[in-house]
Design a protein around this ligand. Structure first.
Ligand SMILES: O=C(O)[C@H](O)[C@@H](O)[C@H](O)[C@H](O)COP(=O)(O)O
Length: 238
């Protein structure tokens, strides 16, 4: 039976972001030393910016590091909804500007065609991530693994190859509100290190509840059941 990871608590957002950035930098630096390259995958949303700002200022051999996303809204980078825009505006700055960015979005094709293009691009970059940062929605979704989404079952199937899938929007108000692209669970299973950054009491409660849930329909339970190398860092500060 897989163990639920201990939730590490930090008194402030600054301490929490500092700890996450330091661990990601440690893993990326070790990967570059070991194999002359590294791949980092991060989320969009409102949580990761303080971590990305610290990583951007960190002294790493960024020219040997590829940066990608764990999921993307199916919009161009000009859209305020774009996760690629967040990465370019906040992470790929300062010292990290030298990193190679692998987007998930491809213009003028269907979301499923874009997912195939992204899957090939990530496979060409090694087909696994050395370090991953995850956020989580208050419904318990991580990446674009949304409860009740028709693609959830496939995204959570541990026996498939690491890949990227198109995620339809939920229609009639169900999440997600727009089409998305998402890595699947095997990408997290094969990662060197996966850090889930949580802020606020509500998300801590959702994590603790869903950790005991059904791994076929709850992403947090699926990560634990699949023995993903998961560390959970939380701060009460919202
Ligand atoms: O595209 C996205 O929205 C993110 O990649 C997503 O998976 C995010 O991590 C959660 O939705 C939490 O979002 P917040 O950080 O805004 O709470």
């Amino acid at each position: 039976m897989s163990e639920t990871p201990v939730i590490e608590t930090f008194p402030t957002v600054d301490a929490w972001a500092e700890a996450i950035a330091a661990r990601l930098a440690e893993t990326l630096g070790a990967a570059v030393r070991d194999k002359d390259s590294a791949v980092f995958a991060g989320p969009g949303g409102t949580t990761p910016a303080p971590v990305y700002r610290r990583l951007a200022a960190t002294d790493l051999d960024w020219a040997r590091i590829a940066v990608t996303l764990v999921d993307e809204r199916y919009v161009p980078e000009t859209s305020p909804e774009s996760n690629a825009r967040l990465i370019r505006d906040v992470l790929l700055q300062d010292k990290a500007a030298a990193a190679r960015f692998i987007p998930l979005y491809t213009p003028e094709v269907t979301v499923d065609r874009a997912a195939i293009v992204a899957a090939h691009a990530l496979a060409d970059a090694g087909g696994r991530f050395d370090a991953v940062l995850l956020g989580m929605g208050e419904d318990g979704h991580i990446c674009s693994m949304f409860p009740d989404s028709p693609t959830l079952k496939t995204l959570l199937t541990p026996t498939l190859k690491p890949t990227v899938l198109g995620v339809p929007h939920g229609r009639d108000g169900a999440a997600p509100t727009i089409e998305r692209l998402s890595i699947n669970l095997p990408y997290l299973m094969s990662a060197g290190r996966v850090i889930l950054g949580l802020k606020g009491a509500a998300k801590r409660r959702v994590f603790e509840e869903q950790a005991k849930g059904d791994p076929k329909i709850q992403p947090i339970a699926a990560l634990i059941a699949a023995n993903v190398p998961l560390e959970v860092l939380w701060t009460e500060e919202g």
